[in-house]
Design a protein around this ligand. Structure first.
Ligand code: C2G
Length: 130
């Protein structure tokens, strides 16, 4: 039985997020998702998320492929999260390619192709242009 772990902001949940989570779930029997805290999103993106962490977590938790969720507070704790959740595979979109190779000593690290043509930033820009 393999446990897959993945991390993300998942703000303005969209089809790119859905595809990533579906494909991640297919790599194992259990999928655990770390959802970035609002402060961590600010550190990563220099802007606050549109949806609060609690709401983003509720949306992810409602997906049938997702078995467990938690709030990710920082990059520094990634090793701890992987170990705590007994993850066998770390999955991220390939915009993160190479960034998490340091965890190959404790799990497999897989980068999946991103869905093209959609991102939270592009959605925000499209709305602003209306
Ligand atoms: N993603 C994707 N296709 C898109 C958009 C996003 O496959 N069109 C993937 C990303 O590659 C990532 C996941 O969906 O694996 C979540 O993306 P974001 O919400 O943008 O998360 P991010 O801010 O990159 O958080 O510790 C690492 C992070 O917390 C990653």
């Amino acid at each position: 039985m393999k446990t897959v772990i993945t991390f993300g902001t998942f703000d303005l949940f969209h089809i790119g997020h859905l595809n990533l989570l579906r494909r991640a779930s297919q790599l194992g029997e259990k999928l655990v998702v770390g959802i970035s805290s609002d402060q961590f999103v600010y550190q990563k993106k220099q802007r606050m998320p549109i949806f609060k962490a609690d709401d983003r977590q509720r949306i992810i938790r409602a997906l049938t492929w997702v078995d467990n969720t938690f709030i990710e507070e920082s990059f520094d704790r990634k090793r701890q999260y992987i170990l705590e959740h007994h993850a066998d595979i770390l999955v991220m979109g390939d915009n993160w390619k190479g960034h998490f190779d340091e965890f190959e000593d404790i799990c497999d690290v897989v980068y999946l192709p991103r869905t093209t043509g959609i991102s939270t930033t592009e959605i925000l820009e499209a709305i602003q242009e209306l």
